[in-house]
Design a protein. Sequence first.
Length: 597
Amino acid sequence: MKKALFLMTALALTSAASAAPFVYPASWTSNKASDVKTGGTLRTVNLQDFKTLNPFVTAESPSLVGSGGTLNAGSLLTQDPITDDYIPYMAEKYTQSADKRTFTFDIRSGMKWSDGKPITADDWITSYTLHSNKDIGSNSYDSFFINDQPIKVSKVDNNTIRVVFPKPDVTALEFLTGFEPEPTHVFMPVFKAKGAQGIKDMWTISTSPSDIVTSGPFMLDRYVRGERALLKKNPYFGEWNKDSAGKSLPYMDGVQINIVADANAQLTQFLAGNADVYSPGNRDQLAQVKAAIDGKKIDANLIANASARASSDFMVFNMDDSATFKTKLFSNVKFRQAMSMLINRDAMVDLTLGGLGQPTYTGVYPVYKDWIPSGLDKYKFNPTAAAKLLAEIGFTKKGADGILVDKAGNKAEFTLITNAENTRRQGFAKIVQDEAKKVGVKVNTSFIAFNQMTALLDARDNFGRRNFDAIIIGLTGGGKVFPVSGPNVIECKDLPEGGNLHMFNQSSKCRFPFETQTINLYWKGRAEFNLAARKAIAGQIQKIEADNQPYIQLAAQTVHFSWTNRTQGELPRAAVNSLNASTLFGPRLLEMTWINR
């Protein structure tokens, strides 16, 4: 047995020597390969501590691990940032069956994990096995099912895997771009010995960096909670990733991610020259950056109004199936409609975003404007109409304190939470508070750490209840082919079976007819290959959302990008937009970023 294993290893090594690397096209960077200098460290800023280093537990963005994580190379396919075409990446080539259901991938030879072990077909099988295990409760769990029918992943041989969809799916290539491998030699011994809980307990934020095995251009060198994450070059990545001149990637030696308390500190870091990339979030921040550049206080570039935003901010109520007065109130569609009409979105754009943004009424990001139908603003700002709806559900009188009460003496009052690091969301919350007060609804605001806030979405007390009223939070990510919320937002099944981001209802089942309607339309859209028909289905989903207000959309900022002139390798200007930009690194591919020293 040992001899056979050694022979296979030797054959793999021989194959690796002759394997063709993935070559990054010259069109993916604004620089010529001959201009590049190697070495140096990129400095950036994150607004909160990273919550975990475990790819099967993480649900936050940005993240160091998980699908799209900074430490990950990518997957079988990648998407050309210039043309949007899907092209083989960790797969050298692939075939698709005539019925569009079966994909067969030849894994690229010569790839290695950061500990030098080869990346093989087994690592996709491990990823599939663990992400699709309901007891682990991965954020990606729902992605491996098409309307409750599983996507099946199998190993053909050490260098070949097969992915079979239960039915043709228009988002299949997007899924395959996000289906990333995980190291079998690290995770599977633990899974076999300790099961799902063993996997969930792995790779906490306190785990030694030397134990974290990655596939991407960088690996974790050091993590100091509340201060910084230091990344260093993965020496094996450059063996199979080259630029157009044949130079190994990444160009840089490392990345430093500083942890700061809030958005003001983030701006301060950039203006002080301690960070290389920054995205101003409002007119004031934009003006400060421009003034610093014009006054030659910082040597930097600025692209204002680069694009609409590829993310959303919304207010969501706790609508679980419990017997409390508040959850019953929040479950009343007229209350949510009234609250939507107390959202002064124009004030949010003017006061919080400095005029650089737009009101939003749908979960489809503003950057996908061609997918957003008209007439979604049925419950736009209208305090008079809001007061009328509140009266219809029993809030006809005010108490001595000016707060509306019903016949039983219940007050129209709730606590609105958002994250302390995000000044934009705090500004939104204060506007909600001010406008609601005018009609007699008392909104108490609470600003807490982001990780603490996301924990509230999942945590339950001894009675099985979630202990929050309302939260302002956001989503990012998702696909371009059918840009409505993904299955982990759409589905309303009990955890860990799915729907972990179905934030308003974490009961054991769908509670409202609109939930089922949305789910059915979503899967219908995923099966529709005609673009016009798919857009029409997306429009139906958005109209249901607009009528029922499960997520009360707020406002979206325009995206701006700035970076120091020591930082080179950004995407060509035509490709600079929020879809091709990273929260941490701006409009660039980290592999092709270089430092002009």
